[in-house]
Design a protein around this ligand. Sequence first.
Ligand code: F6R
Length: 246
Amino acid sequence: MMRVIRVNDYQEISEKAFEEIKKTVTEKPDAVLGLATGSSPVGLYQLMIKDHQENGTSYREVRTFNLDEYVGLPKDHPESYYSFMHRNLFDGLDIKEENIHIPSSEGDLQEKCEQYNDALEETVIDVQILGIGSNGHIGFNEPGTSFDSVTHIVDLKPSTIRDNARFFDDDISKVPTKAITMGISNVMAAKKIILLANGENKANAIQACVMGPVTENVPASILQEHPDVIMIVDRTAASSLYKEKR
Ligand code: F6R
């Protein structure tokens, strides 16, 4: 079942998502969290750090699995998702490094996909945090990806490369063109999914995800078939809901 929570702004998205995460780790200190990078969850991560520092909420027994990683950036590049996650979340928590899982894109890529997938198959993610691409991607599962996909290597679509250029001095040529990502079936295996979306450029993707047909052309539309999804969207991202496609 898909529940859409419409809030006013990014701050409220972050607060709502934080309530869910705090509840999860309080009830289950060894919870498994599925995490995303990008702008959408940064406010949530800041609230998790603040709460850990002020209230002592512990992540010592929590395990995390990230959705994806760029191919072609060394792990210590500031825009690798490894660096992003440490800078924006892990360095501010008491999580153990060995409990953090981020796909590795160094070495034999096929082997890295299989290893990550094996680890995912041995685990049940309690809560998966997702953003959504302006083209409807989840993780880096671009339009056209099979709903049955598992961890795999992808070619990023030009629209995704353009969207992500803001992290690379607005220089498209610096954005990696490939990534390793959890597949859609890995994402769907999570017990609960929380998708965060803000801003006008997400409005069409949110409309297609919530109201459109379930189609591989809009990867996020498969979430309509998941038993427990919360979509937390601000006014602008929700602006095309319940209206004809613009
Ligand atoms: C990030 C990821 C992507 C992003 C999506 C939205 O790990 O898998 O699917 O969630 O591209 O990105 P932002 O939040 O930057 O708009």
